[in-house]
Ligand binder design. Structure first.
Ligand SMILES: [Fe+2]
Length: 491
């Protein structure tokens, strides 16, 4: 609020014999002056002891709907003072060629090997790695160092056996369990990922590993926004499902608009500028057997109508980035294009809503976010001993170390055959945001803020069967100037 206008309102209140407490000033600053002026009588009624307190103003904001003041004022203020800065840096579905053939799969894996082995060679001492063929020519007991793609992984009682291949040869790598650190690293190796192995030449065309290297990222200092501004990271609405928690999602929207007051969050709300949605906006139709029994809205169009109607209620001053998930109406192979044209048509004219593909690299207020729905997390979690959905943040860290969003090639996380591997994490983001698992988790890894944004759907029968307890309606809101997380519970 303009300081002169603030002064004139406070002066007016003072002339009327009222005094304003310091904490009430902060609230007054976030409210449109005209709203305050229109409600002076109500404020005076509530402040009978002569003091305009924080509680009095909160009571004014939180009044009944019929007589509520226009409380979307904070966002109106925000729209005036916070500039929109959204840049789609990379939307990989756009890199997919037309007319793909089976040959493209071969090219894709060669490209993956080529790019990720180059990243491993950048690690200190790894530019001397040889081909597998050369390593196999070494004498037994001699030191060797190779880079390859994992064809098979087998965990036994005493070691992990890896079948590693490069462009010409294969070799069996034994990861012994006598070194706990090496064992832990070995357990996190994923089939189809590219790794470096240093060890000694063993018997019968084997290498006994002494060191394992992932492409990984170097430690880095994340970028930070040059002003205090917030982004809410959400995902997995599943609109259309009987289990979609409509009342909680509507509460979230009402909070953004100012219709719901939450203690201690008004400053964040007034500076909330971005919402990033990591897929599964709707529950879809025919996604899994007998899904229709669990659907409240049984057609895709109706589901998107309901979802977008709610999303369009969000003030236009807030920039919204939406990617699809495996439940959305688009190709299921990754990278996924945006949801069907109907969705784009529905939001036609809403310039603050950006519908893009999955994954996407997007820069908001100078902070780069890699947004990925997270379908590959299922197979990553299933592949690593001791991992579960509750450790989804660690599984996301595994993806960063692998420098790949879908390291394991299998049916549950299909990829589009392309001559370049578009799912490599080439550009290191400041924030890595995913969903899919329906469990809210965050952690920092080498300067990257990892966030899984949970869901807005209650526990499904599938999740119950698999012992997954979702954390719906708890959302991480990121202060982009500090890269810190505030969890807000809308349940
Ligand atoms: Fe989901």
């Amino acid at each position: 609020m303009d300081e002169n206008r603030l002064k004139s309102i406070v002066l007016k209140l003072t002339q009327l014999g009222y005094r304003v407490t310091p904490d009430a000033f902060d609230i007054i600053r976030g409210i449109d002056p005209s709203v305050l002026e229109d409600n002076l009588d109500r404020i005076r009624d509530m402040a009978r002891d002569g003091w305009i307190t924080k509680e009095v103003l909160e009571k004014m904001i939180g009044g009944s709907r019929s007589d509520r003041v226009e409380v979307s004022v904070s966002t109106t203020t925000m729209q005036q003072v916070i500039e929109s800065r959204v840049e789609i840096v990379r939307d990989p579905y756009r890199e997919v060629e037309k007319g793909v053939t089976i040959q493209h799969f071969y090219k894709l894996f060669v490209d993956r090997f080529d790019k990720l082995s180059k990243l491993i060679r950048m690690h200190s001492g790894w530019n001397t790695a040889t081909s597998i063929e050369a390593a196999l020519k070494a004498r037994q007991g001699e030191d060797v160092k190779v880079i390859g793609m994992v064809m098979e992984k087998k965990i036994t009682k005493r070691y992990i056996g890896i079948l590693l291949e490069d462009l010409d040869s294969t070799v069996k790598v034994i990861v012994p369990f006598d070194d706990p650190e090496l064992k832990a690293k070995g357990e996190q190796i994923l089939v189809d990922q590219v790794i470096g192995v240093a060890g000694v030449r063993g018997r019968m065309d084997t290498i006994i590993a002494k060191e394992i290297v992932f492409p990984d990222i170097p430690p880095r200092k994340p970028r930070k926004a040059d002003e205090e501004v917030y982004a809410a990271l959400i995902s997995d609405l599943h609109v259309g499902s009987k289990l979609f928690l409509r009342d909680r999602f509507e509460k979230f929207i009402r909070w953004i608009k100012g219709d719901v007051y939450i203690e201690g969050l008004d400053r964040i709300r007034s500076k909330l500028k971005y919402i990033v949605v990591a897929g599964d906006i709707v529950d879809g139709v025919g996604i899994y057997p007998n899904q229709e029994r669990e659907l409240e809205i049984k057609d895709t169009y109706g589901q998107y109508d309901a979802a977008l109607r709610m999303i369009k209620e969000i003030p236009s001053s807030i920039e919204i980035v939406i990617i699809p998930g495996n439940h959305d109406a688009t190709d299921k192979t990754q990278p996924q294009p945006p949801p069907m044209k109907y969705v784009k048509d529905y939001i036609d004219g809403c310039e603050n809503i950006h519908i893009v593909g999955n994954p996407v690299w997007v820069k908001i207020h100078g902070i780069e976010i890699l947004v990925y729905h997270g379908r590959s997390l299922d197979s990553v979690i299933a592949s690593i001993p001791g991992f579960s959905a509750n450790r989804v943040d660690e599984a996301m860290e595994v993806l960063i170390r692998a420098r790949h969003l879908t390291p394991i090639y299998n049916d549950s996380s299909p990829i589009t055959p392309t001559s370049i591997d578009t799912l490599i994490i080439d550009e290191i983001p400041d924030i890595f945001h995913a969903g899919h698992v329906h469990i809210e988790k965050q952690r920092y890894y080498k300067g990257v803020l990892i966030v899984n944004s949970g869901a807005w759907q209650a526990q499904t029968s599938y999740q119950k069967l698999n012992g997954i307890t979702p954390t719906p309606a708890i959302i991480p809101i990121i202060d982009l100037s500090r890269l810190s997380v505030k969890l807000v519970d809308f349940s």
